[in-house]
Design a protein around this ligand. Structure first.
Ligand code: PLP
Length: 382
């Protein structure tokens, strides 16, 4: 199998598994327990927190471990949104290309808590204009949420500029960095962000663990209350092995990223050039340069993506038609339509996301196979 769906999830790195191993059956204590076994678990969680804080250039106390990227986004929007609502601020600014973890949470705040949501326009490449963020700010703006890198088209947003504007106005700035975690700088000072969400399974860590960076001084209402873990911001016994795995995976991915990004960009170019030369009526989507290194997104006219995915699967290639969470639904992608693609064009969207194990030989195989599959699917569609 050739795995070209690294934006959906990634394999756990064996070095990550190794780091997690002691915390299942040997050092299995509850970090809240006072005896040695508990203290060992607590020390592992705090070591992981410090490791992550080193990557994010923040204080360990600013890291909240969560159950996934979705939970981190929910905690950011609901936690900050509701704290701000208590001070009369109920206006959110976000973009139409966010993951549903953000979009549906914003919609929920609007429906049940009287929030107003300004959804900014994006351009044909999926970029948000910082000037549009500035223009949308109101005296009652509670939070600005703009993703770091888009999961469907790979576009990387100008966070530092948007964050500077948010800071000038004293408005908390959240970013969903789930797709960026393994590839881009996560320095929260350079990025000017106040809240940043990550998910371990996107960078060769385990599924079911994430984190939210919360800048000191940011008002946040906990959305989960109980035993007071994570300094009262996310109650529940800590998932020790997963937290250890997240920290190790983040450290490994970030340590390798300069060389690995160069390798992935070269593979993506080879794939893009090969496919564009062999398939008529094909277009690249997303920004040509401000993009994730291994992320190739295509719009193939007259060929429905579902058929392409089945054809690729039969040829031994795992790919996606947009975000994994949205696949299986026949509606065109909200990301592509927001970028100005017609619903018909959006139905021909194909996402090929390269990662650690991919090679030139695999890319060449896909360049050889996909044109035949496209021709077959087009023949069936027309
Ligand atoms: N945000 C983005 C941009 C994503 O791509 C995803 C997952 O695909 C999520 C959030 C959700 O993360 P998780 O799967 O950890 O809930």
């Amino acid at each position: 199998m050739i795995y070209l769906d690294h934006s959906a999830t990634t394999a756990v790195d064996p070095r990550v598994l190794e780091a997690m191993a002691p915390f299942w059956t040997e050092a299995y204590g509850n970090p809240s327990s006072i005896y040695g076994l508990g203290r060992r678990a607590a020390a592992a969680v705090e070591a992981a927190r410090a490791q992550v804080a080193g990557v994010l250039n923040c204080r360990p106390a600013e890291i909240v471990f969560t159950g996934c990227g979705t939970e981190s986004d929910n905690l950011a929007l609901r936690g900050v949104g509701l704290a701000q609502a208590a001070r009369g601020r109920r206006h959110l600014i976000t973009t139409p290309i966010e993951h549903h973890a953000v979009l549906h949470t914003a919609a929920d705040l609007a429906e049940h808590f009287d929030f107003e949501v300004t959804t900014l326009a994006v351009d044909r490449a999926g970029l948000v204009d910082p000037a549009a963020v500035a223009a949308a700010i109101r005296p009652d703006t509670a939070l600005i949420s703009v993703m770091y890198a888009n999961n469907e088209v790979g576009t990387v947003e100008p966070l530092a500029e948007i964050g500077a504007i948010a800071r000038q106005h004293g408005i908390p700035f959240h970013t969903d960095a789930v797709q960026a975690g393994g590839y881009l700088s996560l320095d929260v000072e350079a990025l000017n962000v106040d809240l940043l969400a990550l998910s371990a399974h996107k960078f060769h860590g385990p599924k079911g663990v994430g984190l939210l960076y919360v800048r000191q001084g940011t008002r946040l209402w906990p959305t989960q209350t109980g035993g007071g873990q994570e300094r009262g911001r996310r109650a529940g016994t800590e998932n020790v092995p997963h937290i250890v795995g997240l920290a190790r995976a983040l450290e490994l991915a970030q340590a390798d990223r300069t060389d690995e990004n160069a390798r992935l960009s070269a593979l993506r170019e080879r794939l893009a050039e090969g496919l564009c030369a062999r398939i008529p009526d094909i277009a690249l989507s997303g920004h040509p340069t401000h993009r994730l290194p291994g992320h190739l997104s295509l719009v193939i006219q007259g060929a429905e993506a579902e058929g392409l995915l089945i054809g690729l699967d039969l040829a031994g290639v795992a790919a996606s038609s947009g975000s994994a969470c949205a696949s299986g639904s026949p509606t065109p992608s909200h990301v592509l339509t927001a970028m100005g693609f017609s619903p018909q064009e959006a139905l021909g969207a194909l996402r090929l996301t390269l990662g650690r194990a991919n090679t030139e030989t695999e890319v060449d195989y896909v360049v050889e196979k996909l044109p035949e599959i496209v021709a077959r699917v087009r023949g069936m569609t027309r």
